[in-house]
Design a protein around this ligand. Structure first.
Ligand code: SAM
Length: 290
């Protein structure tokens, strides 16, 4: 129980010892690197949560998170510490590359697996589905399976609903929206919902990338964009290695354009900014460079 609740406008003080404990927890469970000058960020973001829970100190919050055996409090903590910022057609070169180079090389296959490994509220996997449908029409719906995962159950709920406010579609061509989205009615008139054809291509699920990655993930393409920045080098190294193990020979890894694999050792070939390829050839269809 809280020792004394905070006044609603009171900002709790995060001591160095509390910061250390919370950083360790975030590192051990999620690989988050909070070491470099992130004390202010932790205090500001988790301070809100403290107030919501009626807790008076970060020590109490730390104990509350550790005591919650369901893991839900831990997941909420990471949600507050990371950003879920994303958008449709973010870093569009990857989608061009997918449509112009990767998919044509794999077109003869009966199934093509793509994984959006930190999908946030779903804009990334929906963009993958829309761009492929737009370029290759109905055949795509039958053969492309998009796995979309994130650690945050909150953003995943939104992703699964597939409903977005109209302002989220700024810059998305109107004809694309007409083909793949339905405009809401009455009270929902300011939102759009993805049509079933698009939704059916995506399988959303919860996954902490720090944990063992499912054995049955075998992908031609992995999008792991704008998440590596939260991790320190050893964590990045281990993650890239484990993602590479889930890529088929000749498969591609996309990372964020502000991220880089320069400082880590990996067995992937650099193709173009934020685009890497596992050496070798895929079984049917050679996935080549652009
Ligand atoms: C900035 S968003 C990136 C979304 C999308 N990939 C993009 O580039 O627009 C980062 C996402 O990583 C998720 N995340 C953070 N730590 C994670 C972890 N250990 N495992 C899986 N997802 C994680 C966050 O919940 C957040 O939704």
């Amino acid at each position: 129980m809280p020792s004394s609740a905070l006044a609603h406008d009171q900002i709790p003080v995060l001591s160095a010892a509390e910061f250390e404990k919370i950083s360790q927890l975030a590192y051990q469970h999620f690989g988050l690197d909070l070491s470099h000058g992130k004390q202010g960020l932790v205090a500001a973001r988790l301070g809100k949560k403290l107030r919501e829970l009626g807790l008076a100190t970060f020590q109490e919050y730390y104990e509350y998170v550790k005591a919650d055996r369901t893991g839900a409090a831990m997941t909420t903590m990471v949600d507050y510490l990371t950003t879920n910022h994303t958008s449709f057609f973010r870093e569009p070169r990857h989608f061009d590359f997918l449509v112009k180079t990767i998919y044509p090389a794999l077109r003869s296959r009966s199934q093509i697996n793509i994984w959006s490994a930190a999908c946030s509220s779903g804009e990334e996997p929906y963009t993958i589905a829309m761009t492929l449908l737009e370029a290759f029409h109905a055949e795509v719906a039958a053969k492309v399976k998009i796995k979309a995962t994130d650690i945050s159950t909150r953003v995943l709920e939104k992703a699964k609903r597939g409903v977005y406010a109209s302002e989220r579609f700024q810059g998305v061509p109107v004809d694309l929206m007409q083909r793949y989205l339905l405009k809401g009615q009455n009270a929902s008139a300011d939102s759009y919902r993805f049509k079933n054809e698009v939704r059916a291509m995506i399988d959303f699920g919860h996954l902490n990338l720090m944990e063992k990655l499912p054995e049955d993930y075998r992908c031609s393409v992995i999008f792991c964009r704008n998440i590596m920045i939260y991790f320190d080098k050893p964590t990045q190294q281990s993650l890239v290695q484990r993602l590479s193990d889930r890529l088929e020979d000749g498969g591609y890894l996309f990372i964020g354009h502000s991220e880089s694999l320069n400082a880590i050792t990996h067995g992937l070939d650099y193709v173009s900014p934020a685009t890497y390829r596992k050496p070798g050839h895929s079984k049917s269809g050679q996935i080549g460079r652009s």
